[in-house]
Design a protein around this ligand. Structure first.
Ligand code: HQG
Length: 189
């Protein structure tokens, strides 16, 4: 396997273990989502993917979305966002830009129109400050549509927003009145 593919496999396994299912590599997370670097390296090697500290540094530093962070003393590692397991990243509330974007599949629109944006299996709704990023996120789900979120107004009404270490905006839910939804013909309403 070439190095790029090897790194991608490791990164995917790390996302799974550090966000959703730590047991797949026999590790556990603390309340803030941190796992021991030594245990993570051991667990990934036991899955047949060769990993040492040096390569782990490369996986973290070279990750396209900066998905992972080391603790200050480099002994612990965690995912910066995207968790489905109940951990507390201990992020401080932050003031979002006036407009944020959410990319989703056109098929989700009827439910979003009815319920607003909900966090589904994750701990937060994920929002982007750039429509291009939202497009990439939404494309994973099907025919993509980009929703404009009135984050400034939502924040002004007391909804909390958080900015993850890798610059993803997180919030608990977005009620439908703060979303610009396209109609079926694709024009905005
Ligand atoms: C949709 C990736 C029906 C929502 C990305 C989305 C992101 C609803 C899907 C991160 C709904 C959930 C998160 C409602 C929301 N009814 N569908 N009421 N409310 N939805 O994957 O935001 O590459 O959990 O629109 O980059 O797509 O893995 O969330 O389509 O940052 O690092 O339900 O995951 O990061 O899907 O993606 P997801 P997401 P990584």
């Amino acid at each position: 396997m070439d190095n790029t593919k090897h790194i991608k496999h490791i990164s995917k396994l790390m996302s799974l273990a550090l966000r959703h299912r730590p047991e797949v590599i026999g590790i556990s997370l603390d309340k803030q989502g941190w796992a021991s670097v030594d245990e993570l390296i051991k667990g990934i090697n036991e899955k047949g993917l060769t990993l040492d500290r040096e390569l782990l540094q490369q996986v973290v530093a070279g990750n396209d979305k900066q998905r992972f962070s080391f603790s200050e003393d480099q002994t612990m590692i965690r995912a910066n966002q995207g968790h489905s397991i109940d951990i507390d990243l201990q992020l401080s509330p932050a003031e979002p830009p006036a407009i944020l974007y959410h990319g989703t599949a056109i098929d989700h629109l009827p439910a979003i129109r009815e319920h607003g944006l909900q966090r589904q299996s994750r701990q937060h709704v994920h929002l982007s400050d750039k429509p291009e990023t939202a497009r990439e996120v939404g494309m994973r789900h099907g025919k993509v549509v980009i929703l404009k979120i009135d984050a400034g107004k939502l924040h002004a009404q007391g909804h909390l927003f958080y900015l993850s270490a890798n610059k993803v905006w997180l919030t608990d839910a977005v009620p439908v009145e703060f979303i610009t939804l396209p109609d079926i013909a694709g024009t905005s309403s």
